[in-house]
Design a protein around this ligand. Structure first.
Ligand SMILES: CCN[C@H]1CN(CCOCC)S(=O)(=O)c2sc(S(N)(=O)=O)cc21
Ligand SMILES: [Zn+2]
Length: 258
């Protein structure tokens, strides 16, 4: 099979050939249907403590654009549905070629123009790779934020301003050390959906505690256009790098809000 992607000849409908778990019962993303979720008063806010990175890269890996520190620096996530501390690994984006599509999760069938994923791994594992392979839904915790078009996002501007430098697949730049990742997050991480799922790209491992925030973040039209200028390994616009929703099967989606 050609390396996986999002085109007709290598997109999500083909992924099961290399990753049979694609047809598993705990796959992501899903459509978050408000009439079918269940409020859980035990779901408290999350706490993300992100400390500045001295040596982080922003890169185009052919499937997304991704902020990736070279090594852990003590940035961590706790609280909410999480029983232990998770270490920050990377963040990346999924987006569409127009404002009517682009997010991976949907809310009552609605797609947002983009979705931002903050990936964290369970610190009881010796490494990130072990966490991915640890089996069960507690290996990774991924925070999902919908992006909608509105005011310019000042916290994301240092990142979206770097996009022209990573237009081509396989390119990367160093992120200025004064980049404040914490500023991207809302002040309180309260209203979210959470469910047990998977990576939304190969290897599609069912190792993810998904935490998707109800309140979208805003980015400007210019910031959305920056994403749409990114090119994939085939030299085509990367927009459309989202997997369609997967069956829920017998999973429950819980909410921290009524
Ligand atoms: C393009 C490959 N994307 C993967 C890469 N990683 C997994 C593979 O790791 C190998 C040890 S990952 O855990 O960083 C990760 S998280 C998500 S998502 N969209 O579900 O938040 C996809 C991916
Ligand atoms: Zn993702």
């Amino acid at each position: 099979m050609a390396p996986w992607g999002y085109e007709k000849d290598n997109g999500p409908a083909h992924w099961h050939k290399d990753c049979p778990i694609a047809n598993g019962k705990n796959q992501s993303p899903i459509d978050l249907i408000n009439g079918e979720v269940k409020y859980d008063s035990g779901l408290k806010p999350l706490t993300a403590k992100y400390v500045p990175f001295s040596d982080a890269k922003f890169l185009n890996n052919g499937h997304s654009v991704q902020f990736q520190p070279s090594a852990g620096n003590g940035s961590e996530l706790t609280g909410g549905p999480l029983a232990v501390k998770y270490n920050f690994e990377q963040f990346h984006f999924h987006w569409g070629n127009n404002d009517t599509e682009g997010s991976e999760h949907r809310v009552d069938g609605k797609m947002y123009p983009a979705e931002l994923h903050f990936v964290h791994w369970n610190s009881t594992n010796p490494s990130f790779k072990d966490a991915v392979g640890s089996g069960g839904p507690n290996g990774l915790a991924v925070l999902g934020f919908f992006l909608k078009v509105g005011a310019e996002n000042a916290a994301l501007k240092p990142i979206t301003d770097l996009i022209p430098k990573v237009k081509d697949a396989g390119t990367s730049v160093t992120v200025p050390s004064n980049f404040d990742m914490q500023a991207i997050l809302p002040a309180t991480l309260t209203d979210y959906y959470t469910y047990d799922g998977s990576l939304t790209t190969p290897p599609l491992a069912e190792c993810v505690k998904w935490i998707v925030f109800k309140q979208p973040l805003e980015v400007s039209a210019a910031q959305m256009e920056a994403f749409r200028s990114v090119i994939n390994r085939d030299g085509k616009p990367m927009g459309g790098n989202y997997r369609p929703p997967c069956p829920l099967h017998d999973r429950a989606v819980k909410t921290s809000f009524k």
